[in-house]
Every structure is written in C-alpha cells, then in structure tokens.
Design a protein. Structure first.
Length: 56
C-alpha cells in the first residue's frame, strides 16, 4: 500500500528530501506522493514532524 500526505502537512519538505525513490513533490497546498513510485518504505512518515504521511 502506498502512502499519501494528509491535510496535516506543513509543507516543510522533510519527506521529499528523504524519499529514496523520489516519489514526493511539492503540490499546490501540500506535498504529494506519486502512488505509482511509492514503495511503502515508511521513510516519509518517520521523518515528518506532524505525521502527515499515512498509509492507504
């Protein structure tokens, strides 16, 4: 299952810089995860200060 970024996102970019497959990019109002690239490793969730990445 891929991760997605919830509304809790504060757009700090911590998740994007740590994603090993480059699946996270800045979106219009928060960061977004490309579910086709996401390998469900959980790195984004482990570095997020507000627990915005959630597993779908």
């Amino acid at each position: 299952m891929a991760y997605r970024i919830s509304e809790e996102c504060i757009s700090c970019g911590a998740c994007a810089t740590e994603c090993p497959v480059g699946a996270i990019e800045a979106g219009e109002d928060r960061y977004v995860i490309d579910s086709e690239k996401c390998i469900s490793c959980g790195t984004c969730a482990s570095v997020c200060p507000v627990s915005a990445p959630v597993e779908e």
